[in-house]
Each structure stands twice: as C-alpha cells, then as structure tokens.
Design a protein around this ligand. Structure first.
Ligand code: FSX
Ligand code: SF4
Ligand code: F3S
Length: 367
C-alpha cells in the first residue's frame, strides 16, 4: 500500500506554517474533548499518523446532517475535508457520479480494507428487500454491509443513522431502522441529533484517525464527552426555570423576555447533547436560544413524541428518554417535575409576599 501523508506532511506540502499547524492541533485537541495535557500527543500523532481515508454514505434521510457538517466551525469543514481527511467518496459532496464513481468506491474499499473510516448518514430501509432506498443500483442496506465489512470503525452520523429517525416514525412504512444491527462486528460510534453538531463529528473522526481508538463511549455508543450532559444542565434559561418563570405561550411577555420553555414542551430535561455548550454556526445559536423548545432531536423515536409543544411528565405522559436517559432521564425527569413544581410554589409565595407588601405600602401611603 502506498505511503499516505500525515497532517503535518500535508501542511508542509501546502506551505502551511508550523505555527498554523500547531494552532490547528490546539483546535483539534479541544474538538476531541481532550485536556490541554494531551496537546503534545495530538501534535505527535498529527506529525506521524497517515490522514484517514473516509467513505461517507447516505441512506434514508434529508441531508440535513451534511448541511450541518459543512457549516462547522474551527477547523472549518472545508479545511477538514481538504486537509485533514482523505474523503474518497461522499454521496453529497463528491462531484463524480454514475458508474465511474461506484467503481472508485470499490477500488477504495479494496485498497484501504481494514483501515478506512465509514461515515453513515440516514437510516437503512429494510422492508421489501430494501427497495425503498437504492444506491448505486442496489439496496442501500447492501451497500452499507459491503462498506462496513472493511471499515476500521463506523460513525453513525445523525439520529436517522443511529435509530431510524423520521423514516422510522410511526407507521414506518419502509421498515427503517438505525444502522448498528446491519454492520456486523465493526465498531459503531453513535453521533445522534437531527442534525448533529458538526464539531462533534470532526472531533470523533480525528480521534479515530489520530489515536486509532474509539473515543470513550457511553452505554448507547455515544462519545461521552459530548453526550454526558442534558440540554437542561447547560441551558442559559435555567435560572428562569429555577425561579419558576415560564413562558405560557409562544407570544407572551415571558417568551419575549426569554423565560424557560418547559411549559411549551421543552425536552431539555430528558435530552443528552452539547447544544447549550457548542451551538451552531460557530457558536452563534441553538434551538432554545432562537425561542424554540428543545424537541429532543438526539433521542431515539423522538418524532413519535409529538406534539412537541406538549409538556413533559408531571403535566402529561412520561417522555421517551434515550436508553441512557431512560434510567437517569426518567429519574431526572421526576426530579425536574418536582423541582418545577417547587419553583412554581416558591414563585407563588414570593408573589403573595410581594402583593402583601404592596398592599401594606399602599395602606401606609394613605395614612
Ligand atoms: Fe436524519 Fe441526516 Fe435529521 Fe436530516 O443525514 S438526523 S432527517 S437532519 O439529514 O439523517
Ligand atoms: Fe432550558 Fe428547556 Fe430546561 Fe427550560 S426546560 S431550562 S428552556 S432546557
Ligand atoms: Fe436537538 Fe434539542 Fe439540541 S432539539 S438541536 S437536542 S436543543
């Protein structure tokens, strides 16, 4: 097999300075969720490890995941694609198409057997021999199985690839499902979200590429670094939740003032993701910041949890936390409801006290 360039070698070839290379390594260290102590290891790996070959395939989906990815921050997706990975095949981003493109896929799979990273977006369609999602003239499921067999690791990018997403919503006419059960023994890293945060993908790809290992995963196969907290834990509206100040309608004064969206159906208390920390468009915003409650888009089967404006338990049925969330999330949700109820009572008491005080003041001013 031909010797492939490392990131540092590519920088040298492109005339990128050592300073810029090191800055890129700082960004990568953060992106992989590693502490600054690991910086030297990242530099050494980036100097020595060949750039990863990536095959990126798309099943049943809306392409929103790739749309999110190409808008990632530092390093920019364009930098990643052009400098930090060897993206040999991508249904959406590649300019080539047709038979030569499919022949290239076969060639790449053969040449880099056992070492390439397979990124998968979208669900598999299993009903009627997979005819509802064809790719390169064959069912996508078959393409996935062929590509998975020679991959070092698979990244299921997006809720559709992780658990079926919108295609698997009831009544699921195409028998759609997540990719995991269809890829044999090749390890899978789940990066859910509809779409996921692009920087998470960048961090995961580079972790596998530079260290040759999977990042630490939780029981759901998600990188712990990015799925260890609930949206609720890092939400900037949390002080309003704690103070019992809730928007009651999308156009009321509370909503305009940025109060908590819990009563408008926010799934933040049962959803694990990094949206509150990382946000989109280089940290500019995320749903809650834009005035929309979290709809739990990184949870399995979240589409079946509609209407999204329906309140969480305590005010309605128990939500469908993902498996890790199921234990923790269900308990957490009970806690959240109790906490919300407590906050409301505290607020009422405070308002009563304020009303009493105002009445006293009014009486005193008459005297
Ligand atoms: Fe699904 Fe992604 Fe939602 Fe769309 O690839 S996770 S429908 S943003 O595009 O798969
Ligand atoms: Fe934020 Fe939603 Fe939690 Fe309110 S319920 S604090 S809006 S995550
Ligand atoms: Fe999705 Fe909720 Fe984040 S809807 S994008 S997990 S805030």
């Amino acid at each position: 097999m031909e010797k492939r360039e490392s990131l540092w070698e590519r920088c040298l070839r492109k005339g990128i300075s050592r300073r810029s290379f090191l800055k890129g390594c700082v960004a990568l260290t953060a992106m992989m969720g590693l502490s600054t102590e690991k910086f030297q290891e990242v530099v050494e790996a980036a100097e020595a490890k060949p750039l990863p070959v990536v095959i990126w395939i798309h099943g049943h989906e809306c392409t929103g995941c790739d749309e999110s990815f190409i808008r990632s921050g530092a390093p920019l997706a364009s930098d990643l694609v052009l400098s930090q990975i060897d993206l040999e095949y991508d249904h959406l981003l590649s300019a080539a198409s047709g038979e030569p493109f499919e022949a290239h896929l076969k060639e790449v799979m053969e040449k880099y057997k056992g070492s390439y990273i397979l990124a998968v977006e979208g669900a598999v369609s299993t009903k009627d021999n997979g005819v509802y999602c064809m790719s390169g003239g064959r069912p996508f499921t078959r393409m996935l199985q062929e590509a998975a067999a020679g991959a070092a690791a698979i990244i299921a990018y997006g809720t559709c690839a992780v658990s079926g997403g919108i295609q698997a919503a009831k009544p699921n006419p195409t028998g759609s499902a997540g990719v995991s059960p269809y890829v044999g023994a090749t390890p899978v890293i789940n990066v859910p979200g509809c779409p996921p945060i692009p920087e998470v993908m960048t961090g995961v790809v580079m972790h596998v590429a530079l260290f040759g290992t999977l990042p630490p995963l939780d029981g759901e196969g998600r990188p712990k670094q990015f799925y260890g907290n609930r949206i609720h834990d890092t939400c900037y509206r949390r002080p309003f939740f704690d103070a019992g100040m809730f928007a009651e309608n999308f156009d009321d004064a509370g909503a305009k003032a940025g109060w908590c969206l819990y009563k408008l159906g926010c799934r933040g208390p049962e959803t694990y993701n990094s949206c509150g920390n990382l946000r989109w468009f280089q940290g500019m915003s995320y749903p809650i910041q834009s005035g929309a409650p979290c709809i739990g888009c990184s949870n399995a089967n979240f589409w079946d949890d509609a209407p999204f404006t329906k309140r969480l338990p305590g005010y309605g049925k128990l939500g469908n936390a993902d498996k890790i969330g199921l234990g923790v999330g269900a308990l957490a949700t009970v806690g959240v409801v109790a906490h919300a109820a407590g906050s409301i009572m505290q607020k009422r008491k405070r308002e009563e006290a304020e009303e009493k005080q105002a009445a006293k003041d009014a009486a005193a001013s008459k005297d």
